[in-house]
Design a protein around this ligand. Structure first.
Ligand code: ADP
Length: 208
């Protein structure tokens, strides 16, 4: 996995929806880490010209491709929502592509060490073996709900439904090597982010 000058050390960063993963990842990125955002990679597969579009067209038909050549998100969501077989077919297209594209991004990434930002890291078996260390961004559930309601214009019920499909807070914390508690304001966490960055730099140096 080692690139030209990126250390072999890699961090997995996760947290529940709205915990502040992206916020913390960006702070570590500013300090010099190379970010590999698996959500972004997955999203790019289904935009116009995305690598998953031919497979989706073949599997589900032209009616699931929009006029501009993207995956029809609403249509696919509806299709897979209540039908596990269809959901598995979609995942069989997306998951191998996410994997190869993530590996490609990791090879191309430049920085002091790599951070894989993975919303479902704890839920998806093999990520734990693929990274050297796991950082969990944690916050209490009420804060999580309020943040996502206002960021995504969702109702409390919709946010709670998403949270029910994610690992519990306890399961995530059990997998963590490091935890950032992000309940308050951002100044509160910047010191902790810096301390962890310095730790990761040391670990990265030792792994070269
Ligand atoms: P995630 O990537 O885990 O879903 P984000 O980093 O996108 O979470 O944070 C969710 C929302 O909450 C964003 O709108 C972000 O700006 C905001 N946010 C994150 N942390 C804080 C904080 N400590 N104080 C105030 N707002 C925050």
């Amino acid at each position: 996995m080692a690139g030209n000058y990126v250390a072999a050390f890699s961090l997995g960063l996760t947290g529940g929806i709205g915990s502040g993963k992206t916020t913390v990842a960006n702070m570590l990125g500013e300090l010099g880490a190379a970010l590999i955002d698996t959500d972004l990679i997955a999203h790019q597969l289904t935009v116009p010209g995305g690598l998953a579009i031919p497979g989706i067209r073949t599997q589900f038909g032209d009616e699931f491709i929009t006029a501009d050549g993207a995956m029809d998100r609403a249509g696919i969501r509806q299709l897979v929502f209540a039908d596990t077989a269809q959901k598995l077919k979609l995942e069989a297209i997306l998951h191998p592509l996410i994997r190869t594209e993530t590996e490609r991004a990791a090879t191309e990434a430049r920085g002091d060490y790599r951070i894989f930002v993975v919303p479902l890291l704890v839920e998806s078996g093999n990520w734990k073996q693929r990274v050297d260390r796991i950082l969990v961004v944690d916050c209490d559930e009420e804060t999580q709900i309020n943040r996502v309601m206002s960021r995504n214009q969702l109702s409390r019920e919709q946010v709670e439904a998403i949270m029910r499909n994610q690992a519990s807070r306890q399961a995530r914390l059990a997998a963590a090597d490091d935890v950032i508690v992000n309940n308050g304001n951002l100044e509160n966490i910047s010191e902790e982010v810096l301390r962890l960055h310095e730790l990761y730099l040391r670990l990265a140096k030792n792994k070269h």
